[in-house]
Write a protein that binds this ligand. Structure first.
Ligand code: ADP
Length: 358
């Protein structure tokens, strides 16, 4: 069985999969520890639903392993642990077994994702401490976009800055990889995929490969999101940094903007239900800019054969899908698909493709 670990700043989500016939995977158990580092953490896994002490990721993963064991899944039943790593930088561009070199690569990419990569590394180290011989694998949130051509990833800035790694990387890659996995042989040639959740992005997928995506150097760029501004002129960012200071400007752009900044809430359900001008404007902005960026992605693919929606909004809100598609009606009728996001399953699929046994 494969244990998938998705370590965030204060939570660790896990899922256990048993490979069954062919490439199919059966989810045996899934859950999480939340509140890591706080006064009281909480485990919600299988039949466990209780407060625990988890001052760090090591203790949280120990609690997860103890809970799995108590529920009949022993460490010795596991054949692999597979981790989500948010940023692979320029060198880690495909799922791979975790080696010392890979750990060094994740550390090297940490300045690009200072809030995320250290947690992902903590998850890897915690498993190493608990089960030194268990093979581990990593899947990178940026890797799916490694196929974008240079012309799509380069910012037109001085070479010295480009050489420092200031370029577009793109995110939500595991979600897009899962969409491609789900289509299998029926994958449309030119697919426009929207991941619309708290974070929102889109991806131009041509013959199964990402050729353009809306997020850039960081997940701030592109579509209007729950609390992130989406695309904004760099000079406007610099002005906000002058006014508020760099850290506060970053907080405002990442945590206080987007639907929350325009409509007062980052919850699309609330905004759709609210009868206020602000809420209506926030929803209009979200749909309009999703479609504006979609136009750019369609150019990158030279046309459009189908659209796929995923993420909490993309999967659940037909009105939002319809409104975005109404903006794109001039492109003609194309099939619209809804795909349930399942990054954990993609991480397990990746580990198996790298040789993880069952
Ligand atoms: P995360 O990126 O944190 O995983 P999700 O993918 O769960 O987030 O997406 C969260 C968003 O999905 C929220 O804005 C929430 O309001 C929205 N959402 C969930 N269900 C619906 C629904 N039925 N209609 C509209 N929006 C929904």
């Amino acid at each position: 069985m494969i244990l998938v670990v998705n370590a965030g700043s204060s939570s660790i989500k896990v899922a256990v999969f048993r490979p069954s016939e062919g490439t199919r995977l059966t989810e045996v158990m899934a859950g999480q520890v939340s509140g890591i580092g706080g006064p009281l953490a909480h485990i919600d896994l299988g039949t466990d639903d209780k407060d625990i002490a988890a001052p760090d990721h090591d203790t949280a993963l120990s609690a997860i392993m103890a809970s799995l064991t108590a529920q009949g899944i022993a460490m010795s039943d596991l054949t692999a642990a597979a981790h989500r790593v948010v940023h692979g930088g320029t060198s880690l561009v495909a799922p791979c077994p975790v080696t010392d070199d890979v750990i060094a690569g994740i550390e090297a990419a940490t300045p690009l994702a200072p809030l995320h990569n250290p947690n992902n590394l903590a998850g890897i180290h915690a498993i190493t401490a608990l089960a030194p011989d268990l093979p581990q694998y990593a899947s990178f949130g940026t890797a799916f976009h490694a196929t974008n051509p240079d012309i799509a990833t380069a910012y037109a800035i001085p070479k010295e800055d480009r050489d420092m790694g200031i370029r577009r990387y793109g995110f939500h890659g595991l979600s897009y990889a899962w969409i491609v996995t789900q289509f299998g042989d029926a994958l449309p040639d030119r697919l426009l995929a929207f991941h619309l959740g708290s974070g929102a992005s889109l991806c131009a997928i041509h013959q199964g490969k990402s050729v353009a995506t809306s997020m850039g150097y960081s997940p701030l760029d592109g579509l209007t999101m729950g609390t992130r501004s989406g695309a904004i002129d760099g000079m406007a960012v610099l002005r906000m940094a002058e006014i508020h200071g760099a850290d506060a400007a970053s907080r405002r752009l990442n945590k206080d903007s987007g639907l929350k900044g325009l409509g007062g809430s980052n919850d699309m359900r609330l905004l759709l239900a609210a009868d206020t001008d602000e809420a209506r404007f926030a929803v209009d902005h979200f749909c309009y800019w999703a479609a504006r960026h979609a136009g750019s992605a369609v150019v990158a693919m030279g046309g459009l054969d189908a659209v796929a929606f995923t993420g909490g909004i993309g999967q659940n809100s037909a009105p939002i899908r319809d409104r975005i598609m109404a903006h794109l009606a001039f492109l003609g009728d194309v099939p619209v698909h809804v795909v349930k996001a399942d990054e954990e399953r993609q991480i397990a699929v990746d580990a198996i493709s790298c040789g993880a046994g069952s």
